[in-house]
Design a protein around this ligand. Structure first.
Ligand code: LLP
Length: 431
């Protein structure tokens, strides 16, 4: 299966972290997000090990928490010694609420509000990744008013085309994120940043996209950014000592996906980066990376209960589940692929072709079209694999469907980490 934490037990049921998913679905109800803690921790450790190894201890892994944010996730990555990337006041608040060290937080966002900027400055967030000139000036003023000097990086569009879905590409010039290199906008912003009284420009940031399988775009981005650091030095006389290369490492959603080992990515990128530094005699900066999906996606699955099954002769088989685009909008948004397993029949052959539909009042509410699954019956448990990233974090209450609960598996035990929303939760803010 697509993730190492998944297996099939003697009953023929799907297991995650050694726990029977059919049992877990019964115990906690469906839909249910289930995560395996060891898989998360292993991913954190393996990124940390690679960055320490390839940058001689002068690097840091930041978990991009937009992939999956909740208190327990911040506790886990914090206990592994990682920093985090947050992208809203809400993510920042959640992280701070469990005592996440503020100095290890990078605050992103292309349109941070004044409230968010003040909140971040007041809480001494380690770095603010500035997206535009308006933000740069606002931040300088807020820092001045607080009598502080804040560490910042600038978000740069390095003009690199990563081969991924258009909606999750971010490094090209036609992007709402950051300053463009090729127009001179980035250099002008860096120059301005070095002159502002309450700003400490420590380095640059780029992120070229998400779910990327090739190493080349990452290597190219690293080299481009080193060259840019050199240009800044030439222009301003300032040698910046930090470089954040973002996230985007692809994961295995289907058996046919063959992502590179993350260690290979790290090795290749560090080779290119160090070679460029040597060539132009620029000191190797401290390197940050921001993996999100690759830390959490393989650790998570979603369990549903199968309800109505409709065979439309010569058209297709609709298999309806008790969740849908509200808890996983990724197929509706990106036509994302997933592996599906009827959890209580996991050892049986996948001899049925299903279009899995959610319960929203919307024809596009699909989880997958024409996908192989074991022959389903009403009441079966359907597992959608590798849903750890960008599922719960992108969930909505469309049709006033409460968001599912989430449980974490550790040492054979499932513990609740996010309660199931109730109808009362749904009306809590209604007046
Ligand atoms: N750093 C920055 C600045 C980012 O914008 C992102 C993702 C990451 C790191 C983490 O990228 P990752 O390692 O997770 O690929 N909702 C989409 C993905 C959007 C990614 C946005 N930015 C999806 O479901 O595929």
């Amino acid at each position: 299966m697509v993730s190492n934490c998944l297996d099939i037990n003697e009953k023929g049921n799907l297991t995650i972290g050694g726990v029977d998913t059919v049992q877990t679905a019964k115990e906690f109800g469906t839909p249910l997000y289930v995560f395996d803690e060891e898989t998360i921790r292993e991913a954190c450790r393996s990124f940390k090990k690679s960055i320490d190894q390839y940058y001689d201890g002068n690097g840091m892994v930041l978990y991009a928490s937009k992939a999956f944010a909740c208190k327990e996730m911040y506790r886990i990555v914090g206990s592994e010694g990682l920093g985090i990337d947050v992208v809203s006041g809400g993510e920042l608040y959640t992280a701070l609420s469990v005592g996440f060290p503020a100095d290890k937080i990078f605050f992103h966002g292309n349109n941070k509000t004044l409230d968010e900027i003040q909140f971040a400055v007041k809480n001494n967030v380690g770095h603010i990744v500035v997206d535009n000139i308006t933000e740069l000036n606002t931040l300088n003023n807020v820092a001045k008013a607080n009598g502080q000097k804040v560490n910042i990086m600038l978000r740069i569009k390095p003009g690199i085309d990563a081969h991924t879905h258009d909606f999750i590409k971010t490094g090209q010039i036609d992007s709402k994120f950051g300053f463009a290199l090729e127009t001179g906008e980035a250099l002008a912003a860096a120059t301005l940043a070095t002159t502002l009284s309450n700003i400490n420009l420590t380095g640059m940031h780029c992120h070229i996209g998400s779910q990327i399988f090739e190493t080349d775009p990452f290597c190219l981005a690293a080299v481009t950014m080193i060259k840019f650091l050199q240009d800044i030095k030439t222009e301003t006389g300032v040698t910046l000592s930090e470089l954040n290369l973002g996230g985007g490492f692809g994961i295995k959603y289907l058996e046919s996906d063959k992502p590179r080992k993350y260690d290979e990515f790290m090795r290749e990128v560090s080779k290119s980066l160090k070679a460029k530094c040597e060539e132009i005699e620029f000191p190797v900066p401290k390197i940050f990376i921001e993996p999100g999906r690759s830390i959490i996606a393989p650790a998570g699955i979603t369990l549903y209960t199968i309800g109505a099954i409709k065979n439309i002769p010569n058209v297709r088989n609709y298999v309806s589940i008790d969740g849908g685009m509200g808890d996983n909008p990724r197929y509706a948004l990106y036509k994302s692929s997933y592996e599906l397993v009827v959890a209580n029949k996991a050892s049986q052959p996948k001899d049925f072709i299903a279009t899995v539909a959610g319960k929203c009042c919307e024809s596009g509410d699909l989880i997958q079209e024409n996908a192989p699954i074991q022959t389903p019956q009403v009441g079966d448990t359907l597992a959608v694999l590798a849903t750890g990233a960008y599922n719960y974090s992108m969930a909505s209450n469309y049709n006033r469907i409460p968001r599912p609960a989430a449980v974490m598996i550790k040492d054979g035990i499932a513990r609740m980490i996010i309660n199931r929303e109730s109808y009362e939760d749904l009306v809590r803010n209604d007046i």
